[in-house]
Ligand binder design. Structure first.
Ligand SMILES: Cc1cc2nc3c(=O)[nH]c(=O)nc-3n(C[C@H](O)[C@H](O)[C@H](O)COP(=O)(O)OP(=O)(O)OC[C@H]3O[C@@H](n4cnc5c(N)ncnc54)[C@H](O)[C@@H]3O)c2cc1C
Length: 427
């Protein structure tokens, strides 16, 4: 009779060694050591090369965090719950961790913090070094294909071996950039242990697509500040943001569009009648712009717009509004032009998908974990951290800060619990 292959015993097994997983594993090891216990902590990742997402983050410079972070910078789960986790490991703690790990961070005018080296590799190397120093055993490539809870602990099956783990920390990320290893398989692992998933799960921080040939696509390459508004079917403003916007050959991108994208996709799934509009002159309102055109009557619409907008855009707006670029501006054309400048309707047909998205909106509801420990309320001994949870941040370092904070809480709680259990058995 063939014997089943032996399972390797570990105290804490971290599934996924991205930002949250490396942090959780490091803090498990550090906390256990501080409690005087020697534990085996193993982190398993399916990727051949670890940290692909950290390396591409922030255009290769890795926007590690932001000078101020609070719950208003996030969406998904309840703001009060997000705040509780964030305040356990704030920006100062993050800066301190990286300083001690040899990575100094610098603040840019936008409030974003980057390593002074401008190289994401220094961030990844510091995280890997911290994990190794904390005694973490890193195994990859090995994909976790099943997780089952038994009396003896969690049976963790990978494509090459199986483990018996006293505690598991699930840090498998979401579905964005699947080629980095975050293919959404962690959602199914969470579900197999009794968790639910929010619906729908959609890309976040993703460029949006316009119908082929839409006039905005002819402005490809143009970047300027705009105000983007998401309207409910009854015209009520559901979300508004101002920031840099990039016109692309297929639609729109840039921070303002990326920030609105998750709100648009979630709202659209609930009500197909929601709509998006774009104000090319942020802060400007129809009444004041209308007055400006009336007062400057005779100067020509194009020359007025050119004073405040790029030439290409000013011409396009006049064309689209059928407004004569020079000479008198008839009342109807003036009204159409004003409406177009402050509220161009965006007939979005889709998004660029998870392969381009920087984050995932949706996942395991934060309400299903205990906020003090990030331990599952439905499966004791299981902890969750990072993007696998239904929390996503706006652009600017907020997603990493969530990974650091939730990874810290989960890792230190699992380390403390495992240390207490190990000390109890040996004494
Ligand atoms: C192009 C891009 C740029 C970004 N830039 C920034 C930025 O500058 N600042 C910022 O704050 N955020 C940025 N983000 C978002 C940020 O990278 C993520 O929010 C963050 O990495 C999430 O961390 P995580 O550990 O939860 O998940 P991930 O980083 O996705 O890590 C999950 C890990 O789990 C592994 N895994 C998944 N399933 C399994 C399985 N079944 N078995 C074993 N291993 C598994 C994966 O291989 C992966 O390594 C960017 C994202 C992208 C795609």
């Amino acid at each position: 009779m063939l014997e089943a292959p032996e399972k390797r015993d570990v105290d804490i097994l971290v599934v996924g060694a991205g930002a949250a997983g490396l942090f959780a594993a490091t803090w498990s090891g550090r906390t256990a050591a501080a409690e005087g216990a020697v534990l085996s902590v193993t982190a398993i990742d399916s990727a051949r090369k670890l940290g692909a997402k950290i390396l591409v983050a922030g255009g290769g410079r890795c926007n590690v965090t932001h000078e101020t972070v609070n719950e208003a910078d996030y969406a998904g789960s309840s703001p009060a719950a997000i705040r509780k986790v964030l305040r356990r490991f704030g920006v100062d703690a993050c800066v301190g961790f990286f300083r001690e790990s040899g990575v100094l961070l610098k603040k840019e005018d936008t409030g974003k913090l980057f390593p002074v080296t401008d190289s994401a590799r220094t961030v990844l190397e510091a995280l890997l070094h911290a994990a190794t120093r904390a005694g973490v055993n890193l195994i990859h490539p090995a994909k976790v294909t099943a997780l089952a809870k038994t009396e003896a602990g969690f049976v963790v099956t990978t494509d090459s071996a199986s483990f018996l783990a006293r505690r598991v920390i699930l840090c498998t990320g979401g579905k964005s950039l699947p080629k980095s290893g975050s293919d959404g398989s962690g959602f199914e692992l969470a579900r197999s242990l009794g968790h639910t998933l929010t619906r729908p799960i959609v890309p976040a921080l993703v460029p949006l697509v316009l119908p082929p040939g839409h006039w905005i696509t002819s402005l490809s390459g143009l970047t300027l500040d705009t105000e983007v508004t998401l309207h409910a079917a009854n015209s009520k403003n559901l979300f508004q943001t101002t920031g840099s916007t990039l016109c692309t050959h297929v639609g729109l991108s840039g921070p303002a569009i990326l920030d609105v994208s998750r709100h648009w996709l979630i709202a659209k799934a609930a009500d197909p009648n929601v709509s998006l509009s774009l104000n090319w002159l942020p802060g400007e309102r129809a009444e004041s712009l209308d007055r400006l055109f009336i007062e400057a009557q005779g100067r020509g619409a194009l020359s007025i717009l050119r004073e405040r907008l790029p030439d290409r855009l000013a011409k396009c707006l006049c064309e689209q509004a059928a407004a004569p670029p020079t000479g008198d501006l008839p009342r109807e054309a003036r009204r159409t032009l004003v409406a177009l400048v402050v509220a161009t309707p965006l007939p979005i047909t889709g998004d660029r998908g998870f392969s381009v998205a920087e984050a995932t909106a949706g996942g395991v509801p934060l309400a299903e974990v205990k906020l003090e420990t990030m331990e599952s309320r439905v499966c004791p001994g299981l902890y969750l951290a990072g993007e696998v949870i239904d929390v996503d941040g706006r652009i600017g370092g907020f997603n990493f800060q969530w990974a650091w904070a939730s990874g810290f809480v989960a890792g230190s709680a699992a380390g403390r619990a495992a240390a207490a259990a190990s000390i109890a058995t040996t004494s």
